[in-house]
Design a protein around this ligand. Structure first.
Ligand SMILES: Cc1cc2nc3c(=O)[nH]c(=O)nc-3n(C[C@H](O)[C@H](O)[C@H](O)COP(=O)(O)O)c2cc1C
Length: 190
């Protein structure tokens, strides 16, 4: 299996726990990874502090990029990053991607991933959804992106908040093409 070059973008939607658990899982999958680049919006940092009561978002063994760093490798298709995960993805970031407004590193990198026909996964988080959100999801899907809403499942009988959030994160990692030992219906049934 070829090692992956992954961009993780964290935006200011609720659900910083999803980003945190994804970064933790990626640490355990280092043998499948060549590079992880992380970029966060200002709102993402604020929501992380507010929801998780800590600010350890910079503490992971990955390369961090400023939100306006258009010199970052994945701002260009030539760097050949194969996967981008936006977790959680705000409706604002979704809308900017759907409209092609590449005014920061996250939206530029998403634009690049789509134009290069590589894998873009948006862990969209808001409820309920208005028609603008739905149309933006349709546009991104038509452009080749994957909308993977932050909607947990319960058939694995999760016991803790982390277990619940991991039902989303593990689904995202499966979509991204990682080999994980995540729950599979019909296999690990309890
Ligand atoms: C605590 C908190 C929770 C939020 N939750 C959401 C959310 O679930 N979905 C969403 O689209 N925006 C949410 N927002 C609003 C976004 O942070 C805001 O729209 C921001 O402009 C998004 O910018 P970004 O996409 O650059 O991070 C939340 C804001 C705060 C302070």
């Amino acid at each position: 299996m070829e090692k992956k070059k992954v961009v993780v973008a964290i935006t200011g939607a609720s659900g910083a726990i999803y980003a945190k658990l994804l970064l933790q899982r990626l640490m355990d999958l280092q043998n499948q990874i060549e590079e992880v680049g992380v970029v966060m919006s200002d709102n993402a940092k604020q929501v992380w502090r507010f929801e998780l009561g800590e600010e350890g978002f910079q503490d992971y063994p990955f390369r961090y990029y400023d939100k306006n760093d258009f010199m970052a490798p994945f701002a260009s298709g030539s760097a050949k990053y194969d996967t981008m995960i936006i977790v959680p993805c705000s409706m604002g970031t979704l809308g900017r991607i759907a409209s092609g407004i590449s005014n920061d590193l996250t939206t530029r990198a998403a634009d690049v991933i789509l134009k290069e026909r590589r894998k873009l996964i948006l862990v969209a988080r808001d409820t309920p959804l208005n028609l603008i959100h739905l149309n933006n999801m349709k546009a991104v899907t038509e452009a080749g992106g994957i909308i993977c809403p932050a909607v947990p499942s319960f058939y694995s009988k999760p016991k803790t908040i982390e277990d619940v959030a991991l039902t989303v994160v593990d689904r995202v990692l499966d979509l991204a093409g990682f080999n994980t030992n995540s729950y599979q219906w019909g296999k690990n049934q309890v």
